[in-house]
Design a protein around this ligand. Sequence first.
Ligand code: GLU
Length: 309
Amino acid sequence: MGFSPGHPAYRGRFAPSPTGPMHFGSLIAALASCLEARVRNGEWLVRMEDVDHSRCQSGADSQILNALEAFGFAWDGEVLRQTKRNAHYQAALDQLKAKGVVFPCVCTRKELSDSVMALDGGQRYPGTCRHGLPEGKAARLWRLAVTDESIACDDAIQGRLAQNLARDVGDFVLLRADGLFAYQLAVVVDDAGQGITDIVRGADLLASTPRQIYLQRCLGLPTPAYAHLPMVVNAAGEKLSKQTRATPIDHAQPVPALIAALTLLGQAPPADLAGSSIADIWVWAIQHWKLSQVPHQMRLMAPDYSRYS
Ligand code: GLU
């Protein structure tokens, strides 16, 4: 896999974690990433982000693919599964080891509980093992040593974001104590491996983007363009997810959910589109889709899409 002659100028992707069925928030990410790829004459790939298989729910991957089909999505190529990609993640970690930019660490979460809060709500790593492991202790996990510099990203929806990883995040984990590769490493290796040029995804991942850009630089990989959609939240302000008991999208009722998704994405579908077939909605959506109309907010409340039926 990778860039090939005749490779399209645009390649996007939808990368769900199969931790549960698709909900309205994942529909937004799928729809916007797919429409942007289609209007740019690009390809749209689907990747199952099951690297943390302890969080995955059995059957959720086929539920997600069935939902995509029921909603009229058509993806290009084979679905990539992270559980089959360990050798690639290991090769990337080995490359970083050879470069001397990663280090083994023995610290447990409990030992770090007093450190300063990082931007993602975790603990900022205080650098304990950066210059060597304490005597007689074996490595539990591997971290990337970050630098004290500003890493910026010009997001097509959210504007410019800059982070100083040393100050805002700290040396972050690439290989976890449970032996699983971390999402940050897997996503960077896979986006490059699949030749992804443009990433359209939820704003919950905006704060991860400078870490991913930094990793791309360490690995000598290209940085894709980013567009972070408003994150869909429930009435309590929580991101829709399995944990917040988001209602799964109804495979038998795709039209109201698609109309509600286009509306939330600022595309203002006409009222009579609600009486159309899925195929007609896609035709309208591809003709009218404009990323520039997507609201610039970081979060938006989920609509009650039953009223669109
Ligand atoms: N797997 C992540 C999720 O479902 C998305 C990762 C990404 O788009 O980079 O939240």
